[in-house]
Design a protein around this ligand. Structure first.
Ligand code: BGC
Length: 331
């Protein structure tokens, strides 16, 4: 009897432990997820590019150029910006990026003391700041990379003088009244035509850097000044919007149209002879150069504070399908 008890006891124990063992084994197999070793890429620096408007085609070209340089030089690049152009939103992003202590900030310059104060704050925190596309000379930015906007405005003026005859009543459409690059372009344009009596400016409107805004501005100018014979757009989508506005409101009138930049739609309209000319900037090159300059700034001051990218007056006969490779060469 005693032997049978032992047998039950030992047998039961063995059974119990084998069940527990099996549970542990199969439980482990079922629920254990093998941890893969994740290799996080390491970057040399973390830079940020802040644009006037995140999804604007022109700024996407700036981003493209910057990304290419970032890949070449092992840089972690963040691209941020307001969804719709808005100085306060841009300044908020700049402030936030200073707080996150990135290695360098490339930002469109914004009018006003708030921008200057933030640039100062960045420098105090050891973060170099480069202005791109639009400069703020009164700030402590380490460098500016982009078009000489006054000169670009002059080019638009010279193009108008060269390609029109007789009295011209000009309507100007700018991206935004409070953008420094637009103010500089207007100043250059006005100085270029100042001595030419047959050319008169009749009005100025803003497009809010959108195509539909430029179409509406066209309508408003035509309504207020029925004599308009020339429309001059000063930001990237203005020429396209002017053509849209003319087609809708004055399809049969011959109006001289001058655009800015060479987005694909603008190129097509120049080929179609619906835009007479444009002032081309090189946004990809701006982005590309800004990364290389920012890398240099990590070690020393830049010798040149103002790095102007090319600007060209383009008409149908000298249209170019240009890309980044045309001008940029770095090792
Ligand atoms: C200007 C940019 C602007 C863009 C808008 C360009 O011509 O240089 O500052 O954001 O147009 O589409």
């Amino acid at each position: 009897m005693k032997g049978a008890k032992w047998f039950i006891f030992i047998g039961g124990g063995a059974l119990f432990f084998s069940i527990v063992g099996a549970m542990i084994y199969f439980g482990y197999k079922t629920f254990y997820i093998e941890q893969e070793r994740v290799e996080y890429p390491t970057y040399d620096y973390h830079f940020v590019l802040i644009s006037e408007e995140l999804d604007n085609d022109y700024w996407r070209l700036v981003e493209q150029g910057a990304r290419r340089a970032a890949e070449e030089k092992n840089i972690f690049l963040e691209y941020v910006g307001p969804r719709k152009a808005d100085n306060d939103q841009l300044l908020k992003r700049l402030d936030r990026m200073i707080a996150t202590k990135v290695d360098g900030i490339i930002v469109q310059g914004v009018e006003g003391s708030e921008f200057e104060d933030l640039v100062f704050k960045g420098i105090e925190n050891g973060i170099p700041i480069i202005t791109i596309d639009t400069d703020v000379k009164t700030s402590m930015r380490s460098a500016y990379i982009g078009t000489n906007n006054y000169y670009a405005g002059q080019l638009a003026g010279e193009m108008l003088i060269k390609n029109t005859t007789g009295t011209q009543y000009v309507g100007i459409i700018m991206g935004r009244f409070d953008a420094i690059n637009q103010q500089e372009r207007v100043a250059g344009f006005k100085d270029a035509i100042a001595a030419v009596e047959r050319i008169q400016i009749v009005g100025e409107k803003e497009s809010n850097i959108t195509q539909s805004g430029a179409a509406q501005a066209t309508y408003a100018l035509l309504k207020e000044h029925s004599r308009v014979t020339a429309l001059v757009g000063l930001s990237a989508l203005d020429g396209i919007g002017i053509v849209e506005g003319l087609q809708e409101f004055l399809p049969n009138r011959e109006v001289y149209v001058s655009a800015f930049d060479l987005l694909p739609a603008t190129t097509a309209l120049i080929k179609d002879e619906r835009i007479d000319g444009t002032v081309a900037q090189y946004p990809q090159e701006m982005g590309y150069e800004s990364i290389y300059s920012m890398i240099e700034l990590q070690q020393s001051e830049l010798l040149e504070k103002e790095i102007y990218t090319p600007t060209r007056a383009i008409r149908k006969e000298n249209i170019i399908e240009y890309g980044l490779d045309e001008h940029v060469k770095h090792d």
